[in-house]
Design a protein around this ligand. Sequence first.
Ligand code: SF4
Ligand code: SF4
Length: 83
Amino acid sequence: MSSPEVTPLTPTLATRWQVALIDETLCVGCFKCIRACPEGAIVGAPRWMHTILHALCTGCAHCLPPCPENCISFLPAAPPSST
Ligand code: SF4
Ligand code: SF4
């Protein structure tokens, strides 16, 4: 007898292997990363430092190329919670 297939409720987040991090001491608030993020995972206002909501970040790296300050890096993602 085969086991039933288990489908994660959030497949993209369940398989992510990295999350983005902004060095807020270098961020100039240019807004370019927010425009590039398909998940709405970056918050901030023009000319103010931006930050990333790790609960929403899929690690897609679309925010990386537009950043003029090269202040976005990536951390290994924690395994998805089983709760
Ligand atoms: S890695 Fe992708 S999802 Fe995460 S903040 Fe950057 S653009 Fe958004
Ligand atoms: S693109 Fe870079 S400098 Fe511009 S708001 Fe995003 S993190 Fe800050």
